[in-house]
Design a binder for this molecule. Structure first.
Ligand SMILES: [Zn+2]
Length: 338
């Protein structure tokens, strides 16, 4: 079988690997599609070489079909369509307080261990979520990032009739916007890149370029001056940190989706003045996956247009080079059987 291997130094190669039988508590998945995540691009850039056991197969946004089952696996059978929730929380401790998805010794499958950018992938059965026979496997490759969005919106407490502002219209920002809209909220996406604004509009979202238009003024105009009930910070730059406290109304909730690698300046006075709340979010829990599966299976979000391209896995090197040349694209899927 074919597998893509990251070798460091911005290099992938396709290797021939022997098909492995799954261990007792594992299954072997015939991988249909794997989406390229921002994290994978980070790995390609060498930013995570300390964490990735080079040479390694990466990838975690996937869909596939079970091809073989270990002898102790009873809940799944050959032919089942599945997705993997790539969190290995087997070393959970009482001090993790039951929040297994962010436990101290969490291992992320596809970064800390082998991922899905290969034809066949052996994984522990506890990571699996079963899809419906009718679930579209292309869309299903978006279940992992969609679960991030479902988790973020759930933890924000966003309700129908409220107004949500999403700062940053990349793939995660747009997924958050779509889930927020599906919740019944009024949604505004703030984005500076014209290609991404056009994509947001194609998906039926309202998108504003804050460099060309007064975002706070616009949000005031559609909320009788109340401003945003919930702000999702998805861009991770100083300008959006400045905007998040400004565009939030009284008792507004700010959800920190972006990963800030460094300390940044935040207008804390606004937290006092408007009684704001800051909510941290990280990955997803089981129930978020179940909700994302339902949204995809019933095609409630109509988000096919997020997938900009489907390329054969054998093109992996070129795919990552192309992403570097055109970083404002949305989701590229790799067909792992080609
Ligand atoms: Zn991802």
């Amino acid at each position: 079988m074919k597998a893509a291997v990251y070798k460091g130094n911005k290099t992938f190669s396709i290797i021939e690997r022997e098909l492995m039988e799954p261990h007792a508590e594992e299954v072997r998945i015939k991988v249909a599609y794997t989406g390229v995540c921002g994290t994978d691009v980070h790995i390609y850039h060498g930013m995570m070489d300390k964490r990735v056991a080079i040479p390694e197969t990466i990838g975690h946004e996937m869909s596939g079909t079970i091809d073989a089952v270990g002898e102790k696996v009873s809940d799944f059978k050959i032919g089942d369509k599945v997705v993997v929730r790539p969190l290995d929380d087997r070393k959970v401790k009482p001090s993790d307080k039951g929040f297994n998805h962010i436990c101290e010794e969490l291992k992320f499958i596809g970064i800390d261990s082998s991922g899905s950018m290969q034809q066949f992938w052996n994984v522990p059965a506890f990571t699996l979520h079963k899809l419906k026979p009718e679930t579209n496997l292309r869309l299903a490759a978006l279940i992992e990032p969609l679960s991030v969005a479902v988790h973020d919106v759930r933890l924000s407490g966003l309700k129908a009739g409220e107004t949500a502002v999403i700062l940053g219209g990349g793939p995660i920002g747009l997924l958050v916007a779509l889930v927020a809209k599906q919740t019944g909220a009024q949604v505004v996406v703030s984005e500076v890149n014209d290609t991404r604004i056009a994509k947001a509009e194609e998906l039926g979202l309202t998108a504003i370029n804050p460099l060309k238009m007064d975002l706070v003024g616009y949000v005031k105009s559609i909320t009788e001056n109340r401003k945003a009930d919930v702000v999702f910070e998805v861009a991770g730059v100083q300008a959006t940190l400045d905007m998040m406290t400004e565009v939030a109304g009284i008792r507004g909730r700010i959800v920190m989706v972006a990963i800030h690698g460094q300390k940044k300046e935040v207008d804390l006075f606004q937290f006092f003045w408007k009684e704001l709340k800051l909510i941290g979010v990280r990955v997803y829990e089981k129930e978020d996956y179940e909700k994302a599966i339902e949204l995809v299976t019933e095609n409630k979000l109509k988000f096919e247009k997020l997938i900009t391209e489907v390329r054969p896995l054998s093109d992996i090197q070129q795919v990552f080079e192309d992403i570097d040349k055109q970083p404002d694209g949305m989701k590229i899927l790799m067909d792992c059987q080609q």
